[in-house]
Write a protein that binds this ligand. Structure first.
Ligand SMILES: [Zn+2]
Length: 158
């Protein structure tokens, strides 16, 4: 919640945004993201270990603990981190979708959610329909067109 939200949005729109955020709390998304990030870090370090061990031998570093190889280790970890961003974004978009559906199920009408999301998208200059590859690589929230579809799908009510 922020001052700009309270100033520029109606009570129903604030309620819709709050319902989305409460969905994150109710479904323990912070803990899930923490677990996901921890697993991702462990996998990244293991892959870096495997990759780095091969490269150090090829470059004649004495062993993996050779400080001369540290810049190379940093580069390997950076590349693995970049490669992992689309995977992480995919997981985050899935959680955001669940929070959107939660919000739709706990507010009176999807109209307040639709108007709140539309205003937020306009404020953030968001592209409502990005190319699929852009979404896969860069979006940690679903594009606005999909978010509006989640809350207007009939089987979300119940
Ligand atoms: Zn969210």
């Amino acid at each position: 919640m922020s001052d700009t939200l309270l100033e520029n949005f109606s009570d129903d729109e604030v309620e819709a945004v709050l319902a989305h955020e409460l969905g994150h709390v109710q479904m323990l998304h912070v803990w899930k993201i923490l677990g996901f990030s921890t697993a991702a870090a462990l996998i990244s370090f293991y892959l870096a270990y495997l990759l780095f061990a091969r490269v150090t031998a090829a470059l004649n570093f004495s062993e993996i603990s050779d400080i001369a190889g540290f810049p190379l280790l940093a580069i390997v970890l950076m590349i693995l981190g970049l490669a992992f961003i689309p995977v992480q974004n995919s997981y985050l978009r899935r959680l955001e979708k669940k929070a959107d559906i939660f919000a739709a199920q706990h507010i009176d009408s999807p109209n307040s959610f639709i108007s709140a999301m539309t205003k937020l998208a306009e404020q953030n200059l968001a592209d409502p329909n990005p190319e699929r590859w852009e979404e896969l690589l860069f979006y940690d929230h679903p594009p606005i067109s999909k978010r509006l579809r989640y809350v207007t799908t009939k089987n979300n009510k119940g």
